[in-house]
Write a protein that binds this ligand. Structure first.
Ligand code: AMP
Ligand code: MG
Length: 308
């Protein structure tokens, strides 16, 4: 079966209310028709995700997004600059039926994004409406950035699965709320500084955790305990290095050259590999907290159980 046939079958499955594993440039998603409450309920169930944690509506383009959400001038500026791409906007809802109550966790706001992966885009066009597509992991676990990791996590719940190769970015989208002042709900693949150039300073999510309920739980966590800012691993620990690595077993180097984009792309796959290595724990080298490092460190703190 070629890609076009696979996408046509996936679109048909979605129309029938079934779930589909789909690649995006950020991580693999578990997709469903955003307007179909039963299909959306099946996503929450497959992930074991609490229903108070709302889902992102994925759309093919800005025109579709504008039917779902109310865009002000700031939102338009950001969408035009970063879409298709890894930026999610939380906006007032325009059509509450297009993204059902359950997907919005009953809020009168909606999160929207137009993904940049060609397969995701083609599927969204073939389907013709918004799809929820949270990361295809079971709730609380590291996001899948490779096809087989997605299958291992939630493949059983999906009617179809599209293989789009390894995710180019490997970190979830940045989530920005434009309800009053611009607010960074989740650091992600688009870095803070690029957004601030267009809409001014971003307020912090922590001041208003209610706006992004999903931020309150432990997340992105492997089974083994995770120890951060480790300069060297202990004897039975696996080690995620950054830059120079010690010459020993069970070391995965996120980026030998110290490149944050490369580290982001490797992060979840290496956490999974270290988790399977038979070590007693996972130590992680310090990652600079600038640019993409803000999102990497956010995920690492959550993986280690420090919820901020
Ligand atoms: P995920 O689907 O795991 O990538 O997470 C989506 C993120 O967007 C979570 O942090 C949600 O809490 C957040 N989110 C989705 N919809 C809304 C909304 N209407 N208001 C605030 N945050 C939202
Ligand atoms: Mg997720």
């Amino acid at each position: 079966m070629d890609d076009d046939q696979a996408i046509a079958r996936a679109a048909a499955a979605l129309r029938a209310g079934r779930l589909v594993i789909l690649p995006t440039e950020t991580v693999y998603g578990l997709a469903a028709d955003a307007s179909n409450a039963r299909a959306v309920a099946a996503v929450y169930e497959a992930k074991g995700r609490p229903a108070f944690n709302p889902l992102i509506a994925h759309v093919a383009d800005l025109a579709t997004a504008q039917r779902i959400a109310r865009f002000d001038e700031r939102a338009l500026r950001l969408a035009k600059r970063f879409w298709p791409g890894p930026l999610t906007l939380v906006l007032p809802v325009a059509d509450p039926a297009a993204v059902c109550d359950l997907a919005r966790a009953g809020l009168d706001t909606v999160a929207v994004r137009a993904p940049g992966h060609p397969m995701a885009h083609t599927l969204l066009e073939a389907f013709g409406g918004p799809l929820v597509a949270p990361s295809a992991n079971r709730s609380g676990r590291p996001s899948p950035t490779r096809f087989l990791d997605a299958i291992e996590e939630t493949g059983e719940a999906a009617e179809a699965a599209l293989d789009g190769g390894d995710c180019r970015i490997g970190l979830e989208s940045t989530v920005v709320a434009l309800l009053d002042e611009p607010r960074l709900l989740r650091p992600g693949a688009v870095i803070r500084g690029e957004i601030e150039l267009l809409v001014g300073p971003l307020a912090d999510a922590d001041l208003d955790a209610q706006r992004s309920p999903g931020r309150l739980t432990r997340h992105y966590a492997p089974n083994l305990p995770v120890r951060l800012n480790a300069l060297t691993p202990l004897r039975r620990e696996a080690f995620l290095a950054f830059g120079t690595s010690p010459p020993r077993d069970h070391v995965w180097n996120l980026s030998p050259s110290g490149d944050l984009a490369e580290a982001a792309a490797n992060l979840f796959a290496y956490l999974r590999a270290a988790d399977r290595s038979g070590a007693a724990g996972i130590a992680v080298a310090p990652i600079p907290d600038e640019g993409l490092g803000e999102a990497i460190n956010d995920r690492l703190r959550r993986a280690a159980g420090f919820v901020g």
